[in-house]
Design a protein around this ligand. Structure first.
Ligand code: SF4
Length: 348
């Protein structure tokens, strides 16, 4: 797939200021050295525990918060060094769907006003033309043109998220960042919204950076998956490869917690010891070493770098340093079996 977005060594540190003079007393390492690329019509899922830096990565890419350093190239242009006017022009191609459809819609505005706002900011259209575009966007997400005159509180959670998707797509962007877009929804409507997003991707040639803590959701929508831990991507691979043969000990633990709907294939659960360390004071060496079941002495001293160890499968771990695929023991590492079906309609 041709590349749409390339992120290189992205870093976002938040200074912690205390006292009357607001002196900097500490630094939160929210995102540290994150690199990946996203192709046209591709979905890259970012998964990890709360606080691992997924959302900060998404916000930094859109410059909703200013990154500390790094490079974010959208169609070959580094958006971190663009002047405000050019950035504003590029923003119409990069939209976001937030987690909370209740908080992200202004309750005082009608659906028409909500969806036409990006058009007012970015396009020079007459009132009638804007109205047609709003109606088209509503139909595209499975709502009705007559819903334009209603207010957000008159809709269910799933319908509100559809309105948010319509607002994100009304400018026909190329990239949409979904920041936990189905986490706040009832389980019964999650699949509907996910299927809608997958259908719209095929219809409009969209690329998604899909952020979620839910491994099942990520598996369903993503072509490739990046696993984040404490501000860093620790494993990056095609979805099928990552779920069939995860390489990083943190990914083993995450996947071992996913229930298998077959009692004959019960999985050995890997329980991680201790809490996630503070991003204000990340551990030396490998950031995962205080909780890792495979820790070696080198892990406490030297930070591993991201390296490709199998076909487009990259991992940040000393176990794979000699280039030899290490043969890990957990029962997660089994060949895909005939019963391992992907859910219908998904992207993986
Ligand atoms: Fe575990 Fe060491 Fe690999 Fe880190 S580098 S994940 S501590 S084995």
């Amino acid at each position: 797939m041709p590349e749409l977005l390339t992120v290189q060594n992205l870093v976002k540190h938040f200074p912690v200021r205390r006292g009357f003079l607001g002196r900097r007393t500490a630094v939160v390492h929210a995102v540290d050295d994150v690199s990946f690329s996203l192709g046209e019509n591709e979905t890259l899922g970012l998964v990890g525990e709360s606080g691992c830096g997924k959302t900060t990565t998404g916000f930094s890419i859109l410059r909703l918060i200013e990154p500390t350093s790094g490079e974010v190239c959208f169609r070959g242009e580094n958006i971190l060094s663009l002047p405000p006017e050019r950035l504003r022009h590029l923003r119409r191609h990069m939209q976001i769907v937030f987690q909370d459809p209740f908080g992200s819609l202004n309750p005082r505005l009608t659906v028409e006003r909500v969806i036409e706002e990006p058009l007012l900011n970015h396009e020079d259209l007459s009132g009638a033309e804007r109205r047609i575009r709003v109606q088209e966007a509503l139909v595209m997400v499975g709502l009705l043109p007559e819903h334009m005159t209603r207010f957000p509180h008159e809709f269910s959670g799933g319908q509100r998220q559809r309105i948010c998707v319509a607002r994100a797509l009304v400018l026909r962007p190329r990239l949409v960042i979904g920041d936990e877009p189905v986490s706040a929804l009832d389980v019964s409507v999650r699949a509907q919204v996910l299927n809608l997003m997958i259908r719209l991707q095929r219809q409009l040639n969209l690329s998604y950076l899909f952020i979620s803590h839910d491994l099942a959701v990520i598996r369903y929508v993503s072509h490739r998956v990046g696993v984040m831990y404490l501000g860093q991507i620790v494993e990056l691979a095609a979805t099928k490869a990552l779920y069939a043969r995860p390489l990083h000990p943190y990914t083993w633990a995450l996947l071992s917690a996913v229930p298998v709907p077959d009692p004959r294939r019960a999985r050995q659960r890997i329980i991680l010891e201790g809490d996630v360390p503070s991003p204000m004071n990340p551990p030396a060496g490998c950031r995962f070493h205080p909780r890792c079941t495979e820790v070696k002495s080198i892990c406490r001293e030297q930070a591993p770098i991201m390296r490709v160890v199998e076909d487009n499968h990259a991992v940040r771990c000393h176990l794979y340093e000699d280039g030899e695929p290490w043969n890990p023991a957990p029962p997660l590492h089994r060949k895909p079996e005939a019963g391992d079906k992907q859910p219908k309609g998904g992207n993986a």
